[in-house]
Design a protein around this ligand. Structure first.
Ligand SMILES: Nc1ncnc2c1ncn2[C@@H]1O[C@H](COP(=O)(O)OP(=O)(O)OP(=O)(O)O)[C@@H](O)[C@H]1O
Length: 258
């Protein structure tokens, strides 16, 4: 089966700046939950921006379900891939429901598509996303009055309302308390969608990801199931710390030292 995402020899750097991502190649099969881990500045967010069609590679190709993402229109790509980013919208006066409704825009057709109000089908999808993220009681609250964790859940609901096949998330557990972190990862798993997410929390990544790519200075240092990708050696190289992994229990326990 064609992988949902494929990078072929992808290199990226900002215009006029140095190369940040170097010759990356990998595939993400349908339904896989892939976590991208690595130190600050390793290139994780830059990599995600290539996958949700925000920035084109300098060299190489990003394919979405076998098609070059830059040969797709922006709405076409947005019907396949939705992103939950660290930056949140600044239109604080919109209600949670209105923000989630923005997820329907790529599905509207016609000249004034963006201006028309949602139809009955859209409303059902929007309500479904609010229910899944436990936001019904907050649906009519202005976004600006919500807590950081509540806002984060609204952004995930907006992405689900987009009805994508691929979800890309940048540190989605930031701002979430432990219960909501676990719920979010269970929810991501339960969607059956292809998920690519950055995660700083290695315990969460080890427990919930099918596969982990460890990035170091814009290169793939390790790529495989958690127990193969997260080893004392790779973690030592990726984060420049001494690490110990205790695998005696039913889940790995990580400890780190300078
Ligand atoms: N548009 C840009 N212009 C200049 N430098 C950039 C740009 N985007 C990213 N960089 C640089 O590329 C490197 C990788 O950044 P990126 O945000 O991808 O790292 P990251 O792994 O997501 O880090 P963090 O864990 O801190 O979020 C950093 O040194 C960053 O300053």
């Amino acid at each position: 089966m064609t992988p949902d995402i494929e990078l072929r020899g992808v290199t990226w750097g900002p215009a006029g700046g140095p190369e940040i991502l170097h010759d990356l190649s990998f595939q993400v099969p349908r339904g896989e939950l892939l976590a991208i881990c690595g130190a600050n500045g390793a290139g994780k967010s830059s990599l995600l921006r290539l996958i949700y069609r925000f920035q084109p590679p300098r060299r190489g190709t990003v394919l979405l379900r076998g098609r070059d993402i830059w040969l797709m229109s922006a709405p076409e790509a947005a019907r396949v891939v939705a992103a939950v980013l660290q930056e949140q919208p600044t239109d604080f006066a919109l209600t949670a429901r209105q923000i989630v409704a923005l997820g329907r825009l790529p599905h509207r057709r016609g000249l004034f598509a963006g201006l028309s109000s949602p139809g009955a089908d859209d409303e059902a999808v929007i309500t479904g996303a609010l229910v899944r993220l436990d936001l019904v009681a907050l649906a009519d609250r202005p976004f600006g009055t919500l807590s950081g964790g509540e806002r984060q859940r609204v952004m995930v609901a907006r992405a689900l309302a987009q009805e994508p096949q691929v979800l890309v998330l940048d540190e989605p557990t930031n701002h979430l308390d432990i219960r909501h972190q676990l719920e979010l990862l269970a929810l991501l798993r339960g969607t059956g969608l292809t998920v690519v997410t950055t995660l700083h929390d290695l315990t969460l990544a080890a427990e919930h990801a099918d596969r982990i790519i460890v990035l170091r200075q814009g290169r793939i240092l390790a790529d495989g199931p958690p127990e193969r990708a997260l080893t004392e050696t790779t973690l030592g190289q990726a984060f420049e710390v001494r690490s110990r992994i205790d695998r005696s229990g039913d889940r790995p326990r990580f400890s780190f030292h300078l």
